[in-house]
Design a protein around this ligand. Sequence first.
Ligand code: CA2
Length: 149
Amino acid sequence: MTTPSLVAVLNGPNLNLLGERQPEVYGHETLDDLRDVCRRATDRAGLLLDFRQTNHEGGLVDAIHELRHTISGLVINAAAYTHTSVAIRDALAVVTAPTIEVHLSNVHRREPFRGHSYLSAVVDGVIVGCGTQGYELAIARIARLAARG
Ligand code: CA2
C-alpha cells in the first residue's frame, strides 16, 4: 500500500485572528474552521494535510524549504507578505510541486496595494475572493495536477 500524498497549506500573518475581526471582509470562520475545511478537502481527495500559520516572513520561508521535497502540492496565503516579500517569492520559485496562491478576500476590490502580488508569477494558480472555499478549490486543483504526475 502506498502512503497518501501530502499537501501543505501555509497561512501568513494575522490569519490567526480569523473570525475575530472584520467578518465583512474575511467571514466568520476561524483558523480552526479553516483547518477543518482543508482537512475535509484533503480527505475527499485521499491526500494528507500539513496545515500551518505563522506571523513571521522567515517562518514561511523556512516552512517552504522544509516541505518542498516531501509535498505533492502547496497552498499558500501569505497574507500581507504577498504584497511585499521577494524572499517568499524566491522560496516559492524553487518549489516543483503544484502551488496555488489563495486569498480569502477579493484583493482586486480593495486598496490598490493589495492588487499586486510578488508571488503570483511563480505559482501555478491564484484564487481570490472565494472565502474558505478558495482553499477547497485549491486542494481539488492540486489533487487533479498531482494525479497527472
Ligand atoms: O484576503 C486574504 O486572504 C489576504 O491574504 C488577507 C491578508 C491581507 O493582508 C491580504 O491583502 C489579503 C490579511 C490577513 C489578516 O486577517 C485578519 C483576519 C481577521 C482580523 C484581522 C486580520
